[in-house]
Design a protein around this ligand. Structure first.
Ligand code: GLN
Length: 546
């Protein structure tokens, strides 16, 4: 008998959103990826964003939340953080496309004359480009590609993306692609009723452009009743068993995959795609959620001192990493959010009193920097564990330069180009940069750790790799002066030229890094620096209480 080897086909799942934004499409997509991966499939993920910025790298965090950075240096949407944290599947440049990026490519090609005199149009040129982005995920090493479409069905901007996924599914066939629509069932308290109409209308919009959702996932505040499921099935043309509920979870977003697994969302997905249903193992995930819900070591309070404190998404990965570190130490982590600028106004650090640790995250621009420096001085002088990240590290160097080394005008070139003591300055390759988009030192770079340092203890390794996003660095001219006063440069680039981690010796835990550890922390494996920072804060609290 001749054996015909079947060609590998990557199956595609397209996730759209309806009714309102902020439904948690990213978390749903990430949860599904986790479940499919745990069923033994090789999954890749992608987000297509309809806005016109080429990438979110130049956006203010108040506009669009944090910018998440991948190993290969892509500045991306924060949903990719959920993808990596839930599924452990690394994202890359191919994981996030925007309308702006797609249009830019097409227009550059038009200018080069690549279209040979043809009229360049949204269909087919833009849609072809989107389809190429989608198919860049598929390949022999990928069983299932999940593509999330940003925005809400009905937005003008999403139309080219929706048209592209319609065509894509048409080309690969029903058995190789499915449409999942995440929608909202609002609860009208005055009527005491949950409503399906907005979801019916949103599915109607999709059907009007040729997309017939195969399954619905319904976000709701309280459980759906049979009658809702029946109505949605009937009016949306979806089999009853393919209408899923995604109720608000009680404690943590990490419960979402467990809730979806209870309804066999992953099993139905695999069956629709004609893939075998293999066993699902989630014991470690369940234990992780249990630890979060009932930590055995009480609670610590950590101050996060930043400049976009009113928006939860602005420091998403930082908050998540603190949660992971809490799980890793079986301790609850309460975050006290402090606007750095307020510390400047107050002229003291009263707002910090009582916290067990202080974290200063990354950032750009002058606003709030002096407040961050005050907070760092407070943590250093009061022996409160301090963790600085990127601008947080640069601010720590400035603080020590001013208050320990006596360089009163110590500063970063970013804030005072005329200072005589620019202890933080522009990196050499940044001097000629004029374009702001995608030109920072981005992505993964290696770092060598000094034996016996807190950093080396935390990692238990000599060489590490971490993700970066910065233009400025510690000025090597001042390294000796800082070292003489107790600064330990415990992590440097392999050639020794770039400071990656600094510590202050005479302190219970004062560690700061130039890179962004928050992009590599997961709930199952807290980042070593976050874990040790929270551990040090826990010990300080225990000592205080004794
Ligand atoms: N603004 C600083 C720099 O560009 C810090 C950047 C950051 O915190 N991500 O170096």
């Amino acid at each position: 008998m001749v054996r015909v080897k079947r060609k590998h086909v990557t199956k595609h799942i397209f996730i759209t959103g309806g009714v309102v934004s902020s439904l948690g499409k990213g978390i749903t997509a990430a949860s599904l990826a986790l479940l499919l991966k745990r069923r033994g499939y090789r999954v890749k993920m992608q987000k297509l964003d309809p806005y016109l910025n080429v990438d979110p790298g130049t956006m203010n965090p108040y506009e669009h939340g944090e910018v998440y950075v991948t190993d290969d240096g892509a500045e991306t949407d924060l949903d990719l953080g959920h993808y990596e944290r839930f599924s452990g599947i690394p994202c890359s440049q191919a994981s996030n496309y925007t309308s702006g990026g797609i249009f830019l490519d097409v227009l550059n090609r038009e200018r080069r004359g690549d279209y040979l005199g043809k009229t360049v149009q949204v269909i087919p040129h833009i849609t072809n480009e989107i389809k190429a982005a989608i198919s860049s995920l598929s390949g022999p090493d990928v069983d299932i590609a999940i593509t999330e479409i940003g925005g809400t069905a009905g937005d003008i901007e999403s139309l080219p993306f929706l048209e592209a996924i319609r065509q894509y599914r048409q080309e690969i066939g029903r058995e190789n692609g499915l449409f999942m629509h995440l929608t909202l069932l609002p609860y009208i308290s005055a009527a005491g009723e949950m409503k399906t109409k907005p979801s019916q209308q949103s599915v109607g919009i999709l059907r009007g452009i040729g997309i017939f959702p195969d399954m619905l996932v319904c976000r709701c505040e309280r459980p759906m009743e049979d009658e809702h499921r029946d109505k949605l099935a009937m009016y949306c043309n979806v089999p009853r068993e393919l209408v899923f509920e995604e109720c608000d979870v009680e404690n943590t977003i990490y419960e979402v995959p467990l809730e979806l697994a209870k309804q066999d969302l992953d099993i139905y997905t695999l069956e629709l795609l004609g893939l075998h249903v293999r066993t699902l193992e989630l014991t470690d995930w369940k234990q992780m959620v249990d630890t979060y819900v009932e930590p055995v070591n009480g609670e610590v309070e950590i101050a996060v001192v930043g400049k976009y404190m009113s928006l939860n998404d602005a420091y998403k990965s930082i908050y998540e990493s603190l949660t992971h570190a809490g799980i890793g130490n079986s301790v609850g982590v309460k975050v006290r959010r402090i606007e750095a600028q307020d510390l400047e106004k107050d002229g003291d650090c009263k707002q910090l009193e009582g916290v067990d640790g202080v974290l200063v995250p990354g950032g750009f621009g002058q606003r709030g920097v002096e407040g961050k420096i005050c907070a760092i001085q407070w943590a250093r002088e009061n022996n409160v564990p301090f963790f600085g990240i990127c601008l947080g590290m640069q601010s720590a160097v400035i603080e020590i330069a001013r208050n320990v080394c006596g360089f009163k005008d110590g500063n970063s070139h970013e804030f005072d180009p005329d200072s005589q003591h620019k202890v933080v300055h522009l990196m050499a390759d940044q001097h000629d940069v004029t374009d702001m988009g995608g030109t920072m030192r981005l992505g993964a770079y290696p770092c060598v750790l000094e034996k016996g340092s807190k950093a080396a203890d935390a990692y238990g390794a000599k060489k590490i790799s971490e993700r970066h996003r910065h233009r400025f660095e510690v000025n090597n001219e001042f390294r000796d002066a800082l070292s003489a006063k107790g600064v330990v440069f415990s992590g440097v680039s392999p050639d020794g030229h770039l400071v990656e981690i600094m510590e202050f010796a005479d302190h219970p835990w004062f560690v700061a890094c130039q890179f962004h550890p928050e992009f590599k922390s997961t709930p199952l494996k807290a980042h070593p620096l976050f874990k040790d920072f929270v551990n040090a804060s826990m010990n300080i609290k225990i000592n205080k209480e004794e």
